[in-house]
Design a protein around this ligand. Structure first.
Ligand code: DX5
Ligand code: ZN
Length: 206
C-alpha cells in the first residue's frame, strides 16, 4: 500500500492551516508545495516559522530557483526531509552539504522532461526521488503518462528507495503509478476536490 501525502499549495497561512486540519487525522506527513514565482510561475506560502506550528511532519517540495539559499530556513523540528529540484540545483554536492549542515535528509525531484539518465548516477546521494507527473507550478493538471516508464526504470535501479509521484495523481492513474513502483503518492485535487476527504485518502492508499 502506498503512503498518501496531501499536497498543499496555498498562498497564505490560514489556508495552509485549514487544509492541514482537514487531513491531519488520516495521514503521517504533509507534502508542502513551496513556490517562489521564479522557478515556477506561481507563489505559495513559505514561512517556516509558522509551518513549525502545524503539529504534523511536513515535507517541503521546494520549487525555487536557488534551493541551497533556502534550505537553512527549513531547520524546524517538524521537517526531516526537504525536496529540491534537479533542474534548479547547480552543484549537487553543495546542496547536499547544506542539507547535512542542518541535519535534514534531501530528496530530489525531476520534471517530466528530465531524463532519469541525468540523475541515475547521483541517486545514492539522496533519500528519495520525487517523480513529477506534471510540469510544476499548479495543481489540477492532467497526469503525463510518459513518466510511468521513468518510475519503472527508477524502481528497477533502486529496489529499496522511496519513490514518490506528484502531480496529476488521481484514482484513474493510481494503479499504474503504484504498479510501476511508486510507494508514495502526493495529491492535491484527488484529495481536496472531493466530497469526502477521508474516503479519498483511503481510496488512494488502497
Ligand atoms: C505541482 C505541485 C503538486 C500539486 C499536485 O507543481 O508540486 O504537488 O500541488 O496537485 P494535483 O494533485 O492536483 O496535481
Ligand atoms: Zn508538489
Amino acid at each position: 500500500m502506498p503512503e498518501v501525502r496531501p499536497a498543499i499549495l496555498e498562498a497564505n497561512f490560514e489556508d495552509v492551516k485549514k487544509r492541514v486540519e482537514e487531513v491531519k487525522p488520516y495521514v503521517k506527513k504533509i507534502h508542502l508545495d513551496v513556490m517562489d514565482g521564479e522557478f515556477v510561475p506561481n507563489n505559495t506560502f513559505t514561512d517556516p516559522a509558522q509551518i513549525a506550528e502545524l503539529g504534523i511532519e511536513v515535507v517541503p517540495h521546494l520549487m525555487v530557483k536557488h534551493p541551497s539559499l533556502h534550505l537553512k530556513k527549513w531547520d524546524i523540528p517538524n521537517v526531516n526531509e526537504i525536496i529540491v529540484h534537479k533542474e534548479a540545483i547547480g552543484n549537487i554536492d553543495e546542496v547536499i552539504k547544506m542539507a547535512e549542515s542542518i541535519g535534514k535528509k534531501l530528496g530530489i525531484a525531476v520534471n517530466p522532461k528530465t531524463s532519469s539518465y541525468d540523475i541515475k548516477d547521483d541517486l545514492d546521494k539522496f533519500s528519495m526521488i520525487l517523480v513529477m507527473g506534471v510540469e510544476p507550478g499548479f495543481s489540477g493538471q492532467a497526469f503525463n503518462g510518459d513518466v510511468i516508464e521513468k518510475i519503472k526504470y527508477l524502481r528497477e535501479l533502486k529496489p529499496d528507495m522511496n519513490i514518490a509521484v506528484d502531480g496529476g495523481v488521481d484514482m484513474a492513474h493510481k494503479k499504474q503509478i503504484v504498479n510501476a513502483g511508486a510507494n508514495i503518492l502526493a495529491a492535491n485535487s484527488a484529495i481536496f476536490k472531493t466530497d469526502n476527504i477521508a474516503q479519498a485518502i483511503e481510496n488512494l492508499a488502497k
